[in-house]
Design a protein around this ligand. Structure first.
Ligand SMILES: Nc1nc2c(ncn2[C@@H]2O[C@H](COP(=O)(O)OP(=O)(O)OP(=O)(O)O)[C@@H](O)[C@H]2O)c(=O)[nH]1
Ligand SMILES: [Mg+2]
Ligand SMILES: [Zn+2]
Length: 358
């Protein structure tokens, strides 16, 4: 049933706005595969695709369907029977949208998931806890309009998680923070309660933190999550694509660990990710204060006074350093491209001089 997928009066209204007669089938995108998608109506899972024209018209990936999207499609009845693919006619306006900067040198923004209610950022108890990395996930979630939660995984591998949990609470004041073990089952009920019927959660975090294991443990039956897997050198199952799962505990999106997570760089973004620091910075003596060694810095004063956690400022510095190198890399890539273009022009056949001109 559509309701199990999160369909409600609001979505019905959005559908009628573009399809007054309700002739098209509302479906939710479960996974992307080169140019085609798996979609579901809550009963069947089948292929849908865009027309070539719609695909070519898209300015960038944000204009294409992504996991979690609600779409309206034609020819679903046949597709659901395994006869061909449904044709995507509309993407309903997104209620929330998680986007990251593409991995590697490319600078195209990369949609992660749409229409998500809660973003569950995982970090494992047995590896280094990086507040800067967590801050970046939280910033992406905030920009996407998604509530955050932090989960400490592999609880069975530590004796005393209290210090780690305290650190997590510092990183995301006000957000739910919990600890789980997919092996002992500790914390699973609390994890299930983060989502729930009709709600959508996305699991985020580095490769190996235990996102897929948590999902398997939540479902209680590892076999339910059989999916295309790649055998790593170490023989572990690394998730290779984002995928939405319909479970009795709501909709869960599993993602591959984002090894090269980089925030999509946009003007003024620091202000939203570091609201606390931005507010203090208004009192700094210099308007371009970097909060390092400048005299009259209100941010460092707050750290000294104990009203701002030192690690918030450290995260801020780390992120701005990474941004700086990222920006330099982008500039270098642009220059390289310009040189390439200039060369291509130089050696291109001149107009008005046909190749076979003797
Ligand atoms: N001890 C312990 N090991 C766990 C736990 N959860 C996961 N693991 C192990 O950690 C490894 C990685 O788990 P995955 O669930 O594949 O991690 P993932 O976050 O999905 O990784 P990617 O798909 O690569 O992003 C596996 O060997 C799991 O068995 C846990 O609660 N306790
Ligand atoms: Mg995984
Ligand atoms: Zn300052």
């Amino acid at each position: 049933m559509l309701k199990d997928l999160g369909w409600n009066d609001g979505w019905e209204e959005a559908r009628r706005a573009v399809d007054a007669q309700a002739e098209l089938s509302p479906l939710r995108i479960m996974a992307e595969h080169r140019g085609a998608y798996h979609a579901t109506d809550g009963e069947h899972v089948a292929w849908v695709e865009l027309t070539g024209r719609a695909y070519n018209r898209a300015q960038d990936k944000r204009a294409l369907p992504t996991v979690g999207d609600w779409i309206l499609a034609e020819r679903w009845a046949d597709a659901a029977l395994g006869k061909g693919a449904g044709v995507i006619r509309h993407i309903l306006p997104r209620r929330s949208f998680l986007v990251r900067k593409a991995a590697g040198e490319a600078t195209q923004p990369q949609p992660v998931a749409a229409n998500v209610d809660i973003g569950i950022v995982m970090t494992s108890a047995n590896s280094d806890l990086s507040p800067a990395r967590l801050d970046r996930y939280l910033g992406l979630l905030r920009d996407g309009g998604i509530a955050p939660a932090l989960v400490l995984s592999k609880l069975d591998l530590v004796d005393d998680p209290d210090a780690l949990l305290a650190k997590l609470r510092d990183v995301a004041p006000g957000a739910p923070v919990l600890a789980v073990s997919s092996i002992t089952g500790a914390g699973l009920d609390a994890a299930r309660a983060l989502c729930g019927p009709g709600r959508t959660a996305v699991l985020l975090g580095s490769s190996g933190v235990g996102k897929s294991s948590l999902l398997n443990a939540l479902l209680g039956e590892a076999t339910q999550l059989t999916q295309p897997i790649r055998e790593d050198d170490r023989g572990r199952h690394t998730t290779t694509r984002r995928q939405l799962f319909l479970t009795p505990y709501g909709l869960w999106i599993d993602t591959p660990g984002m090894r090269e997570l980089a925030q999509w760089i946009e003007e003024g973004e620091e202000e939203t990710t570091f609201e606390d620091i931005a507010a203090l910075a208004e009192q700094c003596k210099f308007s371009d204060c970097k909060h390092r060694k400048e005299p009259g810095c209100a941010v460092r004063a707050a750290v000294e006074a104990g009203t701002l956690a030192p690690q918030r400022l450290a995260s801020f510095h780390k992120l701005s350093d990474e941004r700086a190198t990222g920006a330099v890399k982008q500039q270098a890539a642009r220059r390289l491209e310009e040189t390439r273009r200039a060369k291509a022009k130089k050696y291109a056949p001149r107009p008005g001089k046909p190749e076979d001109d003797r």
